[in-house]
Design a protein around this ligand. Structure first.
Ligand code: 13P
Length: 258
């Protein structure tokens, strides 16, 4: 099936950056430039403390807001956590899950991430499931094994119908925040591997609809070559999503390729 059945998705992962008022300034600029286009799905994922104000500032635009994490229960004694219902009540329709920073600093396992993926889908939140190898794993030629294990674990018990609402983000850990990007060919090879795995697991039709994003030092200077690859359907952007100019440029590049 042609790539054109998948709309490009450009998502900004702000990580632990921007206060609520700084967030409003950033999304206002983004809204002014690309807030009414619908060629590309645009998502901003501010920290929880800025979700409500950013969501309000984006009202009437085509831009979505998403969470950066969540706990897989709707309510209860889970101090410091945020539920799918809480995200939905702030009009989120995406949530980043299993980011490598959460795997590394908060010891998140594939099983725990899987419970979040299932809870997100139950609540009509589209999970952006992050997978990717560390440098030593790439050097030991284990990239595909690592990614396969993360996909098998993270997407356990997801049905083919639900799978169409899943977004996968391939983020090689060694490329995150380092300025080192995977070459377009290296990224495409893993994206193709992911698509094949998705086809085996959910069938060709569902796999052809699932968007696979690249993340890791994506910026306006390298986005065109990455996004042109057959199985790269967008980007999960860290550093370059913190300035309106670079984020808007990334959306513009994706639009031009649409
Ligand atoms: P950078 O774009 O800053 O490398 O971050 C990528 C990332 O981790 C997005 O989730």
């Amino acid at each position: 099936m042609p790539k054109s059945i998948r709309r490009y998705l450009i998502a900004g992962n702000w990580k632990m950056n921007k206060t609520a008022s700084e967030g409003i300034d950033l999304v206002r600029e983004i809204h002014q430039s690309v807030g009414s286009q619908s060629d590309v799905t645009v998502v901003v994922c501010p920290p929880f403390t800025a979700l409500e104000s950013c969501g309000k500032a984006l009202e009437g635009s085509t831009i979505h807001v998403g969470g950066q994490n969540m706990y897989p229960e709707n309510e209860g004694a889970f101090t410091g956590e945020i539920s799918p219902v809480m995200l939905r009540s702030l009009f989120c329709n995406f949530v980043i899950l299993g980011h490598s920073e959460r795997r590394e600093y908060f010891a998140e396992t594939d099983a725990f991430i899987n419970s979040k993926v299932l809870a997100a889908l139950e609540s009509s939140l589209k999970p952006i499931l992050c997978v990717g190898e560390r440098l030593e794993e790439r050097e030991a030629d284990q990239t595909k094994d690592v990614v396969k294990t993360q996909l098998e674990g993270g997407l356990a018990d997801v049905s083919a119908d639900q799978a169409e609402n899943v977004v996968v983000a391939y983020e090689p850990v060694w490329a995150i925040g380092t300025g080192k990007t995977a070459t377009p060919e290296m990224a495409q090879e893993v994206h193709h591997f992911i698509r094949k795995w998705l086809s085996g697991r959910f069938g060709d039709t569902a796999a052809a609809k699932i968007r696979i994003l690249y993340g890791g030092s994506m910026k306006p200077g390298n986005a065109q070559d990455l996004l042109s690859q057959e199985d790269i359907d967008g980007g999960l952007i860290g550093g370059a999503s913190l300035q309106a100019k670079s984020f808007i440029e990334l959306v513009t590049i994706a639009r031009a390729l649409s």
